[in-house]
Structure formats: C-alpha cells, structure tokens
Write a protein that binds this ligand. Structure first.
Ligand SMILES: [Zn+2]
Length: 324
C-alpha cells in the first residue's frame, strides 16, 4: 500500500516533469553551472583539450533537436499549452530503453546476484510484498556523480528537470560487430554532426553498440577470453571531453556494464567513468533497445526513485520517438 502510493506519486511527478520539460524547452545546459564546478581534478584529464575541433561543416538536418527554438516559443506555458504538449507527447511512439532485472541479470564483475524474498502473499495475507536486495548499480541504472566522487551529487540531488532530454544516439554497432574492443571516436561524432547538426546542449547522448542484445547472458556481456581479459566496447576520453566540455550535454549512457571498455575494466581502470561523474553529471548504464530509436529527433525520459544520499539505483528510461 505504501508502495502503491509511492509509485503513484512517482508516476505523477514523472508526467509533470515530462510535460513541463517539453513546453518549457529542453533545458539547455549551463556551461557556467556552479554545480558542475569544483569537480575533483585527480582523475580529470590532463590539461590541454582534446582534438575536438569544429564539427564537420554539414548542414544541420531539419530533424535535429532544437531546444532553444522550443524555449523561445513558450517560456511561460499556460494550462492549454500543457494540454497540447501532453497530447503531442502521448501520440508519439514510446520505446522502453530499460531491461527488466532479476536475480540472474548481467552485472559488473564485482557484484553478487540479487535476492528477492517474498514477505507477504495474497493467499495468506491478502496482499503481496517482496523484499529486494541488490546493489544500487543493478539492472539498467543511474550512476550519480557521488558514485565516484565524494561531495558531488547523489541520486536524490539530481534535478528532475533533467528527466526529459533530447536524445542523441551515436551508432557504432557495425564497428563493434567487427571489433568488440571498439571505442567510439571523434570521427563517429563528426559523422553524426555532419548528418544532423551540432549535438544540442542539454542532450542525453547514448552509445549504441547493440551489446544489450547479449542480455541476459552474463558471460556473453562480459565476454572474457581464456586469460580473463574482458572484451566489450566503450567510450573514449576524446569523445567524452568533447560532449561534456564543448557540447555541454547533460548526461550520457551505454549498453554495457561500464563506461570504460572491457580491456580497461580488466585492469580496474575506470578513468572514463570517473571523468564523466567528475563533471557532476549522471550517466545511465545497461541501456536496451537503442536499435529501435532514431539517431536524432527523439526525446528521452529518464527516471529513478529517490534514495537519500543514494550512490546509484535502478532506473527506468523511455524514449519518445517521432512517428513521422
Ligand atoms: Zn554503473
């Protein structure tokens, strides 16, 4: 009963956040956001910016997200504006980017399986309650900055205005099919920008590798060789620095258990994850179904419960996709 009330409140908050987000515009990131300052420097990249360069000189496609234009159109939405926005959103296609999780779900190499204990049953008690025991980083989940850096944002401190964002998909699944150790390159980013225009400030950038198709096989997700070296794809520092420092994105996500590629994780090198979280932005891991959403033009709704001082928690991530 408590659970039902909480779920209802959560759903209402999520809906309100989504509709307001659409009408108000998609929250361009604030490069000078004081909350993003003061990130620990220890694991941050060395001074000297990556060879980010200017994006290829392609013409932005009409379908590219245009958060600034949306914001300019309506900065103080009326009730009628909200109703229109809701009708538009609700007519779009919803794609669940979340895996259903259970005791045997794939997970980072250091975790034990989840356990679920039934505390009450309908037959005996008239209602059903289960107790779930799992690490915060379980299933499709959010990693807040405090997952790697004391003093930065915890799960409960993430601003709900960041629960609705333009979705950018960097699609490298073909490269990964040929090389499981593939890491996304600046060429991949330039190719996206040549087709769709600049990656919008405030975007959620997802790395599509199709690695999620290996779910729910833990061994296939980890893909260890005979020597125990893990082989799965990952981000690269050059791309992450470009996205967070030049394009001012709000968050990023991927299909694997880690930000860093498997070969790095094998030697416990988490420098890419530490970098992302050190910018005081959150990330989502173990995304699904990125093959069912466009590279540009969709929105993403990210949500999760609000554990006090939470260092991570299962998340629900849903794309809102244009029908035309
Ligand atoms: Zn994680």
């Amino acid at each position: 009963m408590t659970t039902r009330g909480t779920a209802g409140t959560f759903a209402r908050a999520l809906l309100a956040s989504a509709v307001l987000g659409l009408v108000l515009g998609i929250h361009p990131a604030h490069p000078a956001d004081p909350s993003a300052a003061g990130a620990p420097a220890a694991t941050a990249p060395a001074a000297g910016t990556p060879a980010a360069g200017t994006p290829a000189a392609g013409t932005p496609a009409a379908s590219a997200p245009a958060p600034d234009a949306t914001a300019a159109a309506s900065t103080s939405p009326s009730a009628a504006d909200l109703q229109r926005a809701y009708a538009i959103l609700h007519a779009a296609r919803f794609v669940d980017l979340t895996h259903a999780f259970g005791p045997d779900s794939p997970h980072w190499k250091g975790f034990a399986p989840e356990s679920v204990t039934t505390l009450y049953t309908i037959a005996r008690d008239g209602f059903h309650v289960d107790e779930f025991c799992h690490p915060g980083q379980w299933g499709t989940h959010v990693d807040p900055p405090a997952h790697f850096h004391d003093g930065l944002k915890t799960v409960d401190q993430i601003d709900p205005s960041q629960f609705l964002l333009p979705l950018v998909v960097l699609d490298v699944h073909t490269q990964v099919a040929h090389n499981p150790d593939y890491v996304v390159t600046m060429d991949d980013v330039r190719a996206w920008e040549a087709k769709h225009g600049s990656i919008p400030a405030g975007a959620f950038v997802a790395l599509r590798t199709d690695w999620s198709k290996r779910w729910p096989d833990q061994a296939a997700m980890q893909n260890a060789d005979a020597q125990g070296v893990l082989h799965y794809p990952g981000w690269s520092m050059a791309v992450l620095q470009y996205l967070y420092e030049q394009r001012h994105i709000t968050a990023s996500g991927h299909e694997t258990t880690d930000t860093d590629p498997g070969v790095a994780v094998t030697r416990n090198d988490y420098s890419l994850e530490s970098y992302v979280l050190g910018t005081n932005h959150f990330q989502i891991e173990l995304l699904a179904n990125l093959d069912q959403v466009p590279e540009a033009g969709a929105l993403v709704m990210v949500s999760f419960p609000k554990p006090e001082n939470g260092s991570g928690f299962p998340a629900r991530v849903v794309a809102i996709v244009p029908r035309s």
